[in-house]
Design a protein. Structure first.
Length: 503
């Protein structure tokens, strides 16, 4: 059988999504058989935020063959071991949702059940004391994992905080070196084929037309191709994720960078703090139904670590997802595919995951509908699982000090999330569904961090004698503490391995 292979791809947009797509496709498809072009408009610009990531991004960088230190230097990056949530459960309370393991599972029973068992009768140590990433983050430590499976230091999953503009620039250089052609222009019109409504070409403001077999829509929130031309439709989730605006502002950094992102809840949303080598990225994400723009801006500006470095920028969005992510010969990647707000730094991951699925379901010119349907099925599933995880943060709270929190605490939630909460509340059990992104441990850390404690725990933990359990728990805590003591400070690690040029 002869395939009618894709010969040309047009990437519409040059933000993080556009340049990640260009880099990945150029690396995998090569320059010989497929022509890849990217159009971006400096007049329109990019969203300019999106600086915290999750560990999966390392796989993306490895696939591209990037050197980790070089990447950190060129993007003014720091390392991230998790996210600290301040004031989310109630004012004055904080917890960390860390990457990586918590304790050690015994006989296939997850560790957290043993912790719950001890907690049931007698409050046990903070769960964070059993997690290397949490303990290291709170002590501002960081190192890359070592190659010794017997040491807790062999398991330190990490991500990055980086400068979004520098990241796009870095990937642009990479993609152009692999033959991607960049066209600086504004697209005026998207042209559909009369016969089947597929995208045929785009017309630029200067009148030039660019045709391609496959279009990757990375044009941001508006979805120039997937929505404005193909009218695919959008599923609005703002009744579950009510934040719809953000103010973002960089400020000077006067202290050594933390090895975690901080998310501080306010009365109608939350504020991010993302430390980079040359500055701190800050933003206040809020619901315009519950707070006006000026108040949101004032809150942001009065909660900064240092001098403001640029004028605050406002962003507006509607949380939700596209009704189809792949429609005809157009695949929406990045903000054009949907946006669920930045609370768990999942958007850049969704770009990466869209690209991985696109590669594994890569089409021919026939655009087999079963292939497209499978891509959409997998992506809907992924979005919905992340959505549930995000809603959990808002819904499971003791906060009753504002209309916003009263709304979130009492709102109807998706059945899938209600079922997960109900199982945990009554049995302490959590299950990860097929290729859902967040692990049982992530769910556990956030559920218990937000104050949801189950009335029971796994019955098989009773097979372990309490005295033996106490001793085991104490050994784990000690091993974590000893390991964290050995780790260098985050700033020292950066200075030694990957300090960026001063800006
Ligand atoms: P954009 O950056 O908007 O890029 C769109 C591109 O399309 C631009 O190059 C533009 O010029 C081009 N374009 C548009 N129209 C035309 C036209 N007519 N002709 C030519 N070119 C055109 N993600 C995370 O993972 N972590 C975070 O911490 C995080 N924080 C966020 C905070 C906020 C408040 C928001 C809103 C998002 C955040 N995100 C975060 C998401 C992240 O910013 C995006 O996923 C990422 O930047 C990708 O954006 P994009 O490339 O899809 O869109």
């Amino acid at each position: 059988m002869q395939h009618t292979n894709i010969e040309s791809i047009l990437i519409v947009g040059g933000g993080t999504a556009g340049w990640m797509s260009a880099a990945a496709l150029a690396k995998i498809l090569g320059r010989e058989k497929v022509k890849i072009r990217l159009v971006e408009s400096e007049d329109i610009g990019t969203v300019g935020v999106g600086e915290a990531t999750i560990p999966q991004i390392q796989r993306f960088n490895i696939m591209l063959g990037l050197d980790d230190n070089d990447f950190v230097k060129k993007t003014q990056a720091t390392f991230k071991l998790g996210i600290q949530f301040v004031n989310w459960r109630k004012q004055g309370h904080s917890y960390i949702h860390a990457f990586g393991d918590v304790g050690i599972d015994v006989d296939a029973i997850p560790f957290y059940h043993y912790w719950l068992k001890l907690n049931h009768t007698n409050p046990d140590a903070d769960i964070g004391e059993y997690c290397l990433n949490t303990s290291a983050a709170l002590n501002r430590k960081f190192m890359r994992p070592i190659n010794n499976p017997n040491s807790p230091l062999s398991n330190i999953p990490y991500a990055y905080h980086f400068d979004a503009g520098l990241y796009a620039k870095f990937l642009r250089q990479y993609a152009e070196n692999l033959g991607v052609e960049r066209i600086e222009a504004t697209i005026d019109q998207v042209n559909l084929r009369d016969s089947d409504g597929f995208v045929e070409s785009v017309t630029l403001k200067n009148g030039k037309q660019l045709a391609a077999d496959l279009f990757i829509d990375c044009s941001g929130f508006k979805g120039l191709v997937i929505e404005e031309a193909l009218k695919t439709g959008y599923e609005d989730w703002s009744h579950w994720l009510p934040c719809d605006r953000a103010w973002a502002v960089p400020c000077a950094s006067n202290k050594a960078p933390t090895s975690y992102t901080r998310s501080t809840a306010h009365s109608a949303g939350w504020q991010w703090r993302i430390p980079l080598q040359h500055r701190i990225g800050n933003g206040h994400v809020y619901s315009s139904k519950f707070m006006d723009d000026q108040e949101a801006k004032n809150i942001l500006l009065s909660n900064l670590d240092g001098e403001v470095l640029a004028a605050p920028k406002q962003l507006r969005f509607t949380t939700g997802k596209r009704k189809q992510f792949w429609n005809k010969n157009c695949v929406a990647v990045g903000l054009s595919s949907g946006f669920m707000e930045p609370l768990e730094s999942t958007s850049i991951h969704l770009i990466q995951s869209s690209l991985a699925k696109l590669i594994s379901l890569f089409p021919t010119k026939d655009f087999n509908q079963a292939n497209i349907a499978e891509y959409n099925r997998q992506t809907h599933f992924e979005f919905e699982k992340i959505r549930d995880f995000l809603i959990l943060h808002y819904h499971v709270t003791e906060r009753d000090d504002s209309d916003f929190w009263n709304y979130c605490r009492t709102m109807e939630i998706p059945d899938s999330l209600a079922q997960k909460i109900s199982l945990f509340r009554s049995t302490g059990k959590i299950f990860r569904e097929s290729y859902e992104m967040f692990s049982e441990l992530s769910w556990f850390e956030v559920m218990q961090g937000q104050g949801l404690m189950p009335s029971s725990y796994h019955p098989l933990t009773d097979l372990t004698d309490d005295a033996v359990l106490h001793e085991r728990m104490s050994k784990i805590r000690q091993a974590i503490k000893t390991s964290v003591d050995l780790m260098p400070f985050h700033e020292d690690f950066i200075a030694q391995h990957c300090a960026a040029n001063k800006m």
